[in-house]
Design a protein around this ligand. Structure first.
Ligand SMILES: Nc1ncnc2c1ncn2[C@@H]1O[C@H](COP(=O)(O)OP(=O)(O)O)[C@@H](O)[C@H]1O
Ligand SMILES: [Mg+2]
Length: 355
């Protein structure tokens, strides 16, 4: 261990910089997650929580304003926003001993903020730059999973320029290799934004136009009829997998509306699966985590094709939803680690990694 980590492991109070809000579509979820985490951390007298709210435009706010956002559980009114063309950090950043980034999606979960925290030479909770960026970009993630031998749906990766060069040839290639229905997705997003399920060539073109409006890099996947299974991972070099959860819903797929409208989806913990399937999911979750060089936490999502007994990996989320009702903390709660202890463990893992 370095001197820095020995000092921090014993330091009291430990100033924990809680970063939340952010520039992605998951801004509001981040506020709810951060509120739950702040209240858990404040139960430990050793932690002094310093909140830093990131406005939708990327401006960082000082702890006094950020605390109001946390208390209210919602973002600031337009009149309270700070408009800053230049990027700056509040002076209180200097006091922080350890960062707890509670950010989802682009410019938060994708390695950008992790790079900034890395340059501050302070420990931070969760995944580093590599795991975060790989986990956020579906094309990169799938290439790495394929290389590790993790089974996935068939897919075609392409960019806007390639598509525009020869739409008919790409359409034929997609139809021949994947068929319908298929799913068209921006490579780098989340929360199902920009994702369409398509059933014919007209819809395919519309879906590609929509996905490329979010990201010039897109991915098209063969559609599978499957149960949606999720597994939580916790740890650094010797990560552990939780019990398995399942998401059920009646809509066509787990789209944005289904994810964020109360009552449209149910979380089932534990998912009732044959033992060998549970074990396969858990070992694939750990393997996926190690493959992207994960640290701290991740939620790994799968498709279980019941008809054939096949498990396919869908994605890894390097900072999963963390509200008191979210799958990640619920899976650990069921597996014997309550919310408050989970937050403690994540802090300990950040210190261990930094050391
Ligand atoms: N290949 C597929 N086959 C069947 N359903 C899919 C497929 N890809 C995505 N879906 C549906 O779309 C949802 C969102 O896709 P996902 O790749 O997980 O995007 P995000 O990263 O935005 O969560 C999935 O949870 C699932 O319901
Ligand atoms: Mg998903």
């Amino acid at each position: 261990m370095t001197g820095v980590s020995i000092d921090l492991a014993a330091k009291s109070p430990l100033y924990v910089g809680l970063l939340f809000g952010g520039q992605s579509g998951e801004h509001d979820v981040s506020i709810t997650s951060a509120k739950a985490i702040a209240s858990a951390l404040s139960q430990n007298p050793r932690y002094h929580v310093q909140p830093f709210y990131i406005q939708r435009d990327g401006t960082w706010r000082s702890p006094d304003v950020s605390k109001k956002v946390l208390d209210a559980g919602k973002g600031l009114q337009d009149s309270e926003l700070l408009t800053n063309a230049a990027f700056f950090l509040p002076t209180e950043v200097q006091q922080v001993d350890l960062w707890f980034p509670v950010l989802h999606g682009p410019n938060g979960e994708d390695g950008t903020v992790q790079g900034l925290l890395q340059l501050m030479h302070k420990p931070y909770v969760g995944n580093g730059v590599l795991a975060s960026s790989v986990g956020m970009d579906k094309i990169a993630m799938k290439a790495i999973f394929a290389n590790a031998g993790l089974p996935q749906v068939k897919y075609v990766a392409l960019n806007r320029w390639q598509w525009q060069q020869d739409e008919p040839a790409w359409s034929e290639h997609i139809e021949a290799t994947l068929g319908y229905p298929c799913f068209v997705k921006p490579s780098n997003l989340g929360s199902s934004v920009g994702i369409s399920k398509v059933r014919d060539r007209t819809q395919l073109k519309e879906a590609i136009a929509s996905a490329t409006s979010y990201d010039p890099r897109i991915i098209i996947e063969q559609g599978v009829v499957a149960r949606e299974i999720e597994c939580a991972v916790l740890g650094n070099e010797q990560p552990q997998a939780s019990a398995i959860g399942e998401i059920t819903f009646t809509s066509d797929f787990y789209d944005y509306e289904t994810k964020y409208t109360a009552g449209m989806a149910d979380l089932i913990i534990p998912s009732k699966l044959p033992d060998n399937v549970t074990q396969a999911v858990q070992s694939m979750a750990v393997k996926a985590f190690q493959t992207v060089a994960g640290s701290g936490l991740a939620r790994v999502d799968f498709f279980y094709v019941e008809a054939t007994g096949t498990v396919l990996i869908n994605e890894i989320n390097t900072f999963p939803g963390f509200t008191s009702l979210s799958m990640y903390p619920k899976l650990w709660e069921y597996s014997g680690i309550p919310f408050t202890e989970l937050c403690d463990r994540l802090v300990a893992l950040a210190l261990e990694k930094h050391g």
